[in-house]
Design a protein around this ligand. Structure first.
Ligand SMILES: [Zn+2]
Length: 136
């Protein structure tokens, strides 16, 4: 299978009139291929649809969001390079509201969990000093 996509294929992609595997192949390729993103945006800009940014194209075509676990790994900084690049692209270029909301939610949970650990550590320290005082 060729990795090159013709302009007419990209047009068909925008119309969602390509075979499913071809749609998926383009979608997959778009995540890492800047040139392809630019070409698609340019083709779309020439149309009368009134949709001009890649983000709009993405949202309009509901191109896939990364799974929530990936957002969690991203926050922890343990996501492999390519996955984390895609996530940045998804959040910063596409400005996906859903993932931004999920990420905010996960961040809040993570902060709460950290606070909880610090709290428990403090409590433990307190208890051990109380125990120490009692022994005296
Ligand atoms: Zn998303």
């Amino acid at each position: 299978m060729s990795n090159k996509f013709s302009n007419s294929e990209l047009e068909a992609f925008l119309d969602e009139s390509l075979p499913v595997e071809r749609m998926a192949a383009i979608e997959d390729r778009l995540r890492s291929d800047d040139d392809l993103q630019k070409r698609l945006t340019a083709i779309n800009g020439r149309r009368d649809a009134g949709v001009h940014s890649l983000g709009e194209i993405w949202r309009r075509h509901r191109l896939s969001c990364p799974p929530r676990e990936q957002l969690g790994s991203f926050l922890l900084g343990v996501l492999p390079r390519d996955a984390s690049d895609y996530l940045k692209f998804h959040l910063e270029t596409i400005e996906c509201r859903y993932c931004a909301a999920s990420l905010g939610d996960l961040k809040a949970k993570q902060t709460a969990a950290e606070a909880d650990v610090a709290d428990r550590r403090r409590q433990k320290y307190f208890q051990s000093s109380v125990g120490h005082l009692r022994k005296q």
